[in-house]
Design a protein around this ligand. Structure first.
Ligand code: BGC
Length: 763
């Protein structure tokens, strides 16, 4: 090559580079005249195939990103890939310092400088923790739930994060499945309302604000129906259940403009969800018109090989992208295989363009192109995370999430002075378990324990005895955690301390890490020797208030029969102890209602309120041939929607605006709700329907409306709930929403075991 030629070549390359940078700058600039769509199109035009695929690739956080760059192994590959523009997103990197470091590589070292979107599992708070999502669902308080998500978003965003892998909207009927703690329970209607609230809370009105983050409805779809509640298991559900129970919360998320969805680990109809075109393309993108992007679950593209659906990573990548999975979390399938597939003509480049377009659009909407470091502000990070305001918000949410299951002889609320109270249970002085599962960013042991909360009320004489631990494990990732302790050596001491107490508060339940991902259980009673402890204390003192702290419905028959007062306190996050103490002492009157049925025993599972009638629903002739168990009642221990208050409520005067309706009419259902007790309180008034005859059989009851009503002692309010075709219709087996004329029953009451009913006819 002669000198002149080399010089021209260098000049040529320089010109291209300069042009590219200029072009890129123009694209990245705050060119207000251009729409996001136009900006994305211009950017896609200058991207190579590899760069577009890079946007579809997500890596987990790896080396100490603020330290020296890694030189070998997987970490080096990840680092190099970011530098080459082959990474579109990172997960689990957190904190302004770390986020800025990785963002800097993407923005300053790559050809196009496209910012990363930083994802994180913000499931129930970031550092300041709210109750676990199932507990929040028990509040039925949509405003509070939205607020809780917005607090979580503001803390995460202040820490450099711009995308949460939440909300988990998986409907589940199986408390053996550990991930029920992450969802909103068993009901699609309540679940959909809560989904909307959570998506709004995370995303706010304007995604480009520094205190909002993109949400991700997961896991699409059917994961909550893992067979026998066993984690990562197969799922076998009928189309009617899919359309009417599983999908509605996802649809609600899409209607609320959720920016992303995550697919799931399970298969559906024998096809892993990650490679399931029917779910991701036919329903989500085509039928619902979803224009955000779908991310795989962790390595779920690769796992299609284990499922026996793909023969290798190459085929797995092909199946996933064809099926509509836009981003690959930690499978290395897209980054390593997709370009080859496109070049061989096996995958149409249009699919890559579509996926990259979706991802880039969300990045633009977040404002990352305007300022890739906009979420990286140390001063904000310091001011927002753990602020007094956030602690107050999670305390408020925690109180609202508590469910009073039993209160015989008005044992609760506790007198504030003059009593000898013994507090018993390993979970009583635990400041870690009560934080619940899924709290990666929060500090261990940063919760207010229940004992600590109770100790703030100094009028009584308080004694604490552990009595028993729950498990032997210590951390989230060891199997040890599921090993329950067998150590009974401290029971005696606890019994002794209980003997001459006026009241015994027993704090029992599950360890926070006994629920969550990979925490399925086949026994749902009190783990370890806690039942033994409870019965031993009961022998000497029957004045027991049982405070349950757990992440799923438990089978507590004995307690339910014998213990006079039971409070379901779940795992309430950072402010657990203060919330429980305020409820026990009556400074807050509980109003929570169960979002999931409590079974009598494991054999009843799945047990849920919105079951079908069956052909033999009643024992008319007193024979045995009807749908029931011969060894246990068919009813649950505590039904869906159930929860008491320190006051009492009475429902009366159920009326409908007219009994014959047309499809377009709005039906006004009115009734009186009276506070008949001595305390001001709140009640979740619930409206259920039953479509008596339909082309596809309908459940015996379906929740279709509710209102959280505040009433002073003695006060009565007339409540109006509305029904439209939205509530009266259902999905047929083709997934089409239909409204069939006919007779409906309406039920109203304070739980799914309602007290009032009437009938209407839809013409
Ligand atoms: C879980 C997801 C989670 C992801 C990233 C997976 O194991 O199933 O829900 O978002 O990990 O942490």
């Amino acid at each position: 090559m002669n000198k002149f030629f080399s010089l021209s070549l260098i000049l040529f390359i320089l010109t291209i580079t300069i042009n590219c940078t200029a072009q890129q700058k123009q694209i990245m600039s705050k060119d207000t005249k251009k729409t996001i769509e136009e900006k994305v199109d211009s950017l896609l035009n200058i991207m190579t195939l590899e760069e577009k695929i890079g946007q579809m690739n997500q890596y987990n956080g790896f080396w100490d990103v603020t330290g020296p760059s890694p030189k070998s192994g997987n970490e080096a590959k990840k680092y190099e890939d970011i530098k080459k523009g082959l990474v579109g997103s990172m997960l689990t990197v957190r904190g302004v310092d770390q986020v800025r470091s990785v963002q800097k590589i993407a923005v300053e070292d790559t050809r196009l400088g496209i910012p990363l979107i930083i994802g994180f599992d913000v499931i129930h708070g970031y550092k300041t923790l709210s109750p676990i999502p199932l507990a929040e669902a028990a509040s039925w308080d949509l405003e509070a739930i939205e607020k809780s998500a917005s607090v979580a978003a503001s803390e995460a965003a202040a820490s450099g994060i711009n995308w949460t892998f939440g909300p988990n909207v998986d409907v589940s009927r199986d408390p053996r499945w550990g991930r029920v703690m992450e969802g909103a329970g068993e009901d699609p209607f309540l679940g959909s309302k809560i989904t909307t609230a959570r998506v709004k809370g995370f995303q706010g009105d304007d995604l480009s604000q520094v205190n909002t983050i993109a949400a991700c409805a997961k896991h699409f779809a059917g994961y909550g129906f893992s067979e026998a509640g066993k984690e990562y298991n197969t799922v076998s559900i009928d189309r009617s259940t899919l359309y009417n129970v599983v999908l509605p919360p996802f649809k609600a998320a899409v209607d609320a403009d959720v920016k992303t969805l995550m697919n799931s680990f399970n298969e559906l109809d024998g096809i892993p969800a990650t490679g399931n075109k029917f779910l991701q393309r036919d329903i989500l993108k085509d039928k619902w018109g979803f224009n955000g992007f779908v991310i795989s679950d962790w390595a779920s593209i690769k796992e299609m090989i284990s499922w026996g659906h793909a023969k290798d990573l190459n085929q797995a990548a092909e199946l996933a992208v064809e099926a509509g999975c836009d981003m690959d979390m930690e499978s290395y399938a897209y980054v390593d295989e997709l370009a080859k597939l496109v070049k061989k003509g096996k995958v149409d480049e249009k699919l890559i363009d579509d996926a990259a377009r979706r991802i880039l659009t969300v990045k633009y909407e977040l404002g990352l192109f305007d300022d890739p470091y906009k979420y990286c502000n140390e001063a904000l990070e310091k001011a927002v995370i753990g602020s007094d305001e956030n602690r107050a918000a999670v305390l408020d949410m925690a109180k609202k999430s508590i469910v009073l299951l039993k209160n015989e002889n008005q044992l609760l609320p506790l007198p504030k002075e003059g009593k000898k109270i013994t507090v018993i249970g390993g979970l009583a002085n635990d400041d870690n378990s009560i934080l619940g599962s899924w709290r990666i960013a929060s500090d261990d042991h940063s919760g207010v324990s229940i004992l600590e909360g109770l100790q703030k009320y100094t009028g009584n004489q308080l004694t604490f005895k552990k009595g028993a631990d729950v498990t032997v494990g210590k951390t989230a990732f060891t199997e040890e955690l599921t090993i329950n302790t067998t150590d009974t050596s401290e029971i005696k001491d606890a019994v002794l301390a209980a003997k001459d107490a006026d009241i015994v508060v027993m704090v029992l339940g599950e360890h926070g890490f006994q629920t969550g991902e990979a925490r399925s259980r086949t026994e749902l009673d009190l783990p370890g020797v806690q039942q033994e402890l409870l019965e031993a204390v009961y022998e000497v003192n029957k004045n027991i208030v049982l405070v349950l702290t757990n992440g799923r419905p438990l089978t507590i028959n004995w307690a339910s029969e014998n213990i006079p007062a039971i409070v379901e306190a779940w795992q309430l996050g950072t402010e657990t102890g203060n919330a429980v103490a305020q409820v026990l002492y009556g400074d807050y009157n509980p109003s929570g209602k169960l979002p999931m049925t409590f079974p009598r025993n494991i054999g009843q599972i799945p047990i849920y309120y919105n079951h079908k009638q069956t052909g033999r629903p009643v024992n008319a002739d007193n024979n045995v041939f009807w749908s029931h168990y011969s060894d246990v009642a068919s009813t649950p221990l505590y039904p869906f929607g159930y929860g008491l208050s320190y006051t009492t409520f009475e429902y009366s005067n159920l009326n409908v605006s007219k009994t014959n309706f047309n499809v377009e009419d709005t039906i006004e259902v009115t009734f009186n709700l009276k506070n008949t007790g001595n305390y001001a309180g709140k009640e979740v008034a619930q409206l259920y329907i039953r479509d008596l005859f339909a082309s596809v059989t309908r459940p015996v009851k379906e929740l279709k409306g509710f209102e959280l009503v505040s009433l002073n002692a003695g006060e009565t309010k007339k409540i109006t709930l509305k029904l439209t075709k939205e509530e009266l219709g259902f999905y047929d087996n083709n997934g089409d929403f239909v409204i069939e004329p006919g007779d409906f029953k309406l039920f109203v009451g304070g739980s799914s075991e309602t007290s009032l009913e009437t009938e209407i006819t839809l013409n």
